[in-house]
Write a protein of this length. Structure first.
Length: 146
C-alpha cells in the first residue's frame, strides 16, 4: 500500500507517484538543457556513475510536453538494476497518506495498457496515481526488444 506520494504536474494535470518507487528528485536543468523538449531529444543521462534512462511520460500518457525550465524535475527510480526517470513540469508536494484521504479506483485501471492506478482525493484536490512500476516494466520490455 502506498504510504507517501509525490504530487506533480504534467501538461497542467495533477498526478502522483509512490515516493518509495521514485525516491530521488533532481532539478532537470542541472542535467538537461533548459528550453528544450527533452522527450524528443534525450533518452539517457548520467547521475554520478549511474545511467538514468528517461521515459517519455508525455507520449505514454498522450499529453502535450512542456519545455524544461527552472521548475522542471526528474523523478528517478530503480527496477531490475536499471534506473529510470520521468521529467515533470514541477513537483508540488510530498504527502503522507495517513488516512486523511479518499482513494478511488481509476476507471479501467486493470487494462493492460493503462498506467493509471487510482485517484487520490485530499481535501479539495485530486491526484491521479500513476502505476510507475508498470511504466518502468514497459520500458524494460521495450529495451529488451530493441
Amino acid at each position: 500500500m502506498t504510504k507517501d506520494i509525490i504530487t506533480f504536474k504534467l501538461s497542467g494535470n495533477m498526478f502522483a507517484v509512490d515516493l518509495q518507487k521514485v525516491p530521488l528528485i533532481l532539478k532537470a536543468n542541472q542535467f538537461l538543457p533548459e528550453d528544450s523538449f527533452l522527450v524528443y531529444e534525450y533518452n539517457v543521462f548520467k547521475y554520478g556513475n549511474t545511467e538514468v534512462f528517461l521515459i517519455n511520460i508525455y507520449e505514454l500518457l498522450k499529453l502535450v510536453p512542456k519545455e524544461i525550465n527552472e521548475s522542471s524535475r526528474i523523478l528517478v527510480g530503480e527496477l531490475e538494476n536499471s534506473h529510470f526517470g520521468i521529467v515533470v513540469e514541477s513537483v508540488m508536494n510530498i504527502i503522507n497518506l495517513n488516512g486523511n484521504c479518499r482513494i478511488i479506483d481509476y476507471p479501467n485501471s486493470s487494462r493492460k495498457d493503462s498506467f493509471y492506478k487510482e485517484i487520490i482525493e485530499i481535501e479539495d484536490q485530486q491526484f491521479i496515481l500513476l502505476d510507475i512500476e508498470k511504466i518502468f516494466k514497459k520500458e524494460i520490455l521495450e529495451r529488451l526488444t530493441l
